[in-house]
Design a protein around this ligand. Structure first.
Ligand SMILES: [Zn+2]
Ligand SMILES: [Zn+2]
Ligand SMILES: [Zn+2]
Length: 328
């Protein structure tokens, strides 16, 4: 089943109006989104990311690696930022500083503190006057923590959450791989079949005097907005038809269509693009007066369909296309 929202998103890829779907990372919060997809989806749909992933699992969409973001193990926010941190207290407020050590008294302080006096170099520990080339003066670059004053050769690597500001060692941040999505070859044909089934249905109903449209939203008597695959109306005869297109509808799909149809006071028509339904669908269809039609890849509509409870005997359209393409 593909919702009208998902199909709109896929159609945009098929007709080229969207070349592919790329992740957008908010520069301030680091949150990841797919705004072009999200815009097409309705309230009933999953998030854009989940929708894209489920279509990729069905081999309708192909994925290309884009980049990786890290998710905060504390609060779940996306887009943690790299930072270095004090190994003592974990603060990110560390500054690489030139340190002087007066070997005689053992005092260590930043160069600037030794230079504070107008008499040249003075040790802030024992107040001895020193000169630059004094053999008792050691110098070196160290990272100094501005919060706990400890110093170290290398700060630790950390990931800082932009939401809760906690810092974690990188291995604790959960990696999330971000991809770009585009239609696979079989996905293109899949979309064509889905659209062809809708177009044929709209054509057929229009010929019969209905005002029909595909991928539309209709308000039911309960006030609910229903996104539907095809909706047709004949005002003169006070007759309405609602159509759902599925690869291989299951009982849940059929029950949902029946309920939507009841709310719209319309007759339900279920189209299978694989030419088969489960026995649960067939019995519900008989009881609740739900019409079932089969659609061919060219959109041709027929009344024949198979009833089988073993979905494995029905290859998905994508599989059928793939094996047809592979054949020499
Ligand atoms: Zn966080
Ligand atoms: Zn510190
Ligand atoms: Zn000293």
């Amino acid at each position: 089943m593909v919702s009208p929202g998902k199909l709109t998103a896929l159609t945009a890829l098929a007709d080229g109006s969207a070349p592919e779907y790329e992740p957008t990372i908010d520069p301030d919060t680091g949150a990841v989104s797919y705004p072009e997809v999200a815009r097409q989806l309705h309230d009933e749909d999953p998030t854009a990311f989940e929708a894209l992933e489920s279509l990729a699992r069905r081999d309708i969409l192909g994925k290309t690696f884009e980049e990786k973001v890290y998710v905060c193990p504390g609060c779940g926010a996306e887009g943690m930022q790299y930072t270095s941190a004090c190994p003592g207290c974990g603060s990110a407020y560390t500054i690489e500083t030139e340190l002087f050590e007066h070997l005689e008294c053992g005092h260590i302080a930043p160069r600037t503190e030794f230079e504070a006096s107008s008499d040249g170099l003075v040790c802030p520990g024992c107040e001895a006057t020193l000169d630059e080339s004094d053999e008792n003066l050691e110098r070196g670059m160290r990272h100094v923590c501005q919060d706990c004053d400890s110093y170290f050769e290398q700060p630790e690597h950390g990931l800082r959450c932009r939401e809760c500001t906690d810092i974690y060692v990188p291995s604790e941040g959960k990696e999330r791989v971000l991809c770009r999505y585009d239609l696979t070859e079989s996905g293109k044909r899949w979309v064509e079949t889905q659209l062809a089934a809708r177009e044929s249905m709209v054509e057929m109903l229009t010929e019969r005097g209905f005002e029909a449209s595909a991928n539309t939203t209709v308000q039911g008597e309960s006030g609910t907005e229903h996104p539907v695959h095809v909706y047709a109306e004949d005002e003169l005869l006070d007759s309405r038809i609602v159509v759902a297109v599925h690869e291989r509808p299951d009982r849940e799909d059929a029950a949902e269509l029946r309920d939507v149809a009841a709310d719209l006071d319309a007759r339900p028509v279920m189209i299978t693009t694989l030419g088969s339904v489960a026995t649960g669908v067939a019995s519900l269809a008989e009881r609740d007066d739900l019409r079932i039609l089969s659609a061919g890849t060219d959109g041709s509509l027929e009344r024949d369909y198979e009833v089988t409870d073993d979905p494995r005997t029905t290859q998905s359209l994508v599989q059928r296309i793939a094996s047809a393409v592979k054949q020499p």
